[in-house]
Design a protein around this ligand. Structure first.
Ligand code: CFM
Length: 473
């Protein structure tokens, strides 16, 4: 069987797949290969992907709360990386300010190294409390061959604090995913292990791959602390430069976002022998499992059961109430990558099923985790463009679309209830208590009074299984 989206390029067929009756991925070109992913976007396809710089500046480096975040490039690169992702911390310096070398035409012709050096010196004189300067390279400065590494070295000698140069020029990878990798490697190489603190770190952990979106850490950090564990560093939500320097002391790495931050856990394993566990900090079963796994490592199993029992008792009445209202709903989740597979189980705990799944930059391991969890007949699409998303919303008519701000108004216009899964309109959504917020927001979206008006008009019949997915040729 061959199938594809009707409103799209023929090359896209390999990025669209169904979960077949054998439980395997049935790709749109009928070859039986696994869904194509993490490859260059087809020219002419209006992808929603970000660039390497976006993944490095916006996702991994940007949350570090006491570093000057300086873009080496044109002003537009800095503007569009500033404030779009609410990675909160207990101070707001990193969210409030963005710095840029402001490359103009003359600088592009004659080189921007001097201007960069001057920008670093000026910024650090203006903000003496900052603990480091993070410099991010962009397409234009990479193309003209500015030697940012050398400038960073010179600047470091002048200002006397770390100047970390990220080689994250936008064109370097096929998506923001490459920027995560560059961010991990650079922070590891330049900062981790640069201080050797005294003390007992035998019961300490790092939380790797959480960015404190709308204060997610408030929902799970106290749980790990209740086990008796000390959190040394977060990578990178609410983290300071000094925390990053000593994160190699942790006894265990707890890896949450396994797309953007497994790299640093692997490098720590190799260099320092730090063990790591992969966890999901969303949903009841996953959060409990994360606490159990951490506790098992330290021999704190009894305490973990007490903590879990206490928390689950607290939230269960709310979850039960929401479950009654949400039961049987069919969901389309479209996120950057891992959140799709992180949430399938959580939605099931609320009585809902994920029948369509898409990621912007997921890799094979993300798609394997998705295929393992979705039901037969579910549709999966890699790096969807807007016409494809529109076609899915129109033809599959999900009851709920969990996606991001880029798709919000498309969903509203097509009359599909929407929840913002990237930056959360309210949040936090992680941990046990965050799940109640998530359920509340889903309930609000599904049962908003506006749908009563729409429902009076004719709506296409909801999609059921195979033929109804509407993607056959
Ligand atoms: Fe990791 Fe993320 Fe995600 Fe991500 Fe992102 Fe994000 Fe995401 Mo938006 S780090 S990969 S690059 S969990 S910003 S906090 S929600 S696309 S699925």
């Amino acid at each position: 069987m061959q199938f594809k989206c009707n409103q799209t390029l023929p090359e896209r067929a390999i990025h669209i797949a169904l979960k077949g009756p054998d439980g395997k991925c049935q790709r749109g070109d009928g070859t039986g290969c696994f869904i194509a992913n993490n490859v260059a976007t087809t020219p002419g396809d209006m992808t929603e992907r970000g660039c390497t710089y976006a993944g490095c500046r916006g996702v991994v480096g940007g949350p570090v709360k006491d570093a000057i975040q300086l873009t080496h490039g044109p002003i537009g690169c800095a503007f569009f990386s500033w404030g779009y992702r609410p990675h909160l911390a207990d101070s707001d310096f990193h969210m409030k300010y963005t710095f840029v070398s402001d490359m103009n035409e003359t600088n592009i012709v004659f080189g921007g190294e001097k201007k960069l050096l001057q920008s670093i010196i000026e910024a650090s004189a203006e903000f003496p409390d900052a603990k480091a300067v993070f410099v991010y390279n962009t397409c234009s400065t990479a193309l003209i061959g500015d030697d940012g590494r050398d400038v960073a070295k010179q600047a470091e000698a002048i200002i006397g604090k770390p100047v970390v140069f990220f080689e994250c020029e936008g064109f370097r990878g096929v998506s923001q995913s490459m920027g995560h990798h560059v961010g991990n490697e650079t922070i590891f190489r330049q900062l981790v292990g640069s201080i050797e603190p005294e003390g007992d770190f035998s019961r300490s952990i790092n939380i790797i791959g959480d960015y404190n979106i709308k204060n997610d850490i408030r929902t799970f950090e106290y749980l790990f602390e209740a086990l008796g564990l000390q959190i040394i560093a977060r990578f990178t939500g609410n983290v300071s430069v000094d925390d990053l320097k000593i994160m190699h002391k942790a006894a265990l790495n707890i890896v949450h976002c396994q797309r953007s931050a497994t790299y640093i856990a692997d490098m720590m394993k190799e260099k320092y022998g730090t063990p790591s566990i992969n966890v999901t900090l969303w949903g009841i079963r996953n959060m409990a499992q994360a606490l159990r796994a951490a506790a098992a490592f330290f021999g704190l199993e009894t305490r973990a059961e007490e903590v879990i029992a206490h928390e689950v008792t607290r939230i269960q009445p709310y979850i039960d109430a929401y479950r009654q209202r949400l039961h049987g709903k069919r969901v389309f989740i479209y996120q950057g990558g891992p959140r799709v597979w992180h949430w399938i189980e959580l939605l099931r705990e609320l009585g809902m099923e994920t029948e369509t799944a898409a990621t912007t930059f997921g890799h094979t391991d993300d798609y394997e985790k998705i295929f393992n969890q979705i039901p037969e007949g579910a549709l999966v699409i890699d790096n969807p463009n807007v016409p494809e998303i529109e076609e899915i919303l129109n033809r599959r008519r999900p009851d709920l679309f969990i996606s991001g701000n880029k798709e919000r108004y498309l969903a509203y216009k097509l009359g599909v209830p929407f929840v913002n899964g990237h930056t959360y309109d309210t949040g936090p959504y992680a941990g046990f208590v965050g799940m109640v917020n998530f359920a509340r927001d889903i309930d609000k979206a599904l049962h908003a009074p506006v749908w009563n008006i729409l429902h009076q008009r004719a709506r296409p019949a909801p999609a059921t299984h195979h033929a109804a997915h509407g993607f056959e040729e």
